[in-house]
Design a protein. Structure first.
Length: 81
């Protein structure tokens, strides 16, 4: 059963992130992913990048992943709001 740290490490290895936070119980996870690679991409395209970083583990071990995917500018704007 994957831990939040396992999920965080998988995402970090496959995607350049400025901020990466993962919480979860082994089956259901929540992630905040801030990456410059999200610039100009739709929410669906951003999620696809995260799913690609997780690879087969997304289908086999991680049953649910809720994501907030932001660019660094979006993240900064939310923190300053």
């Amino acid at each position: 059963m994957p831990t939040p740290e396992d999920v965080k490490q998988l995402i970090a290895c496959g995607l350049a992130c400025e901020v990466l936070e993962v919480r979860g119980d082994g089956h259901h996870f929540e992630a905040l992913v801030v990456s410059p690679l999200f610039e100009g991409k739709s929410r669906v395209a951003r999620h696809q990048l995260v799913y690609a970083a997780l690879g087969d583990r997304m289908r086999e071990e991680i049953h649910a992943l809720s994501m907030r995917t932001l660019t660094p500018a979006e993240y900064a704007a939310q923190r300053n709001a």
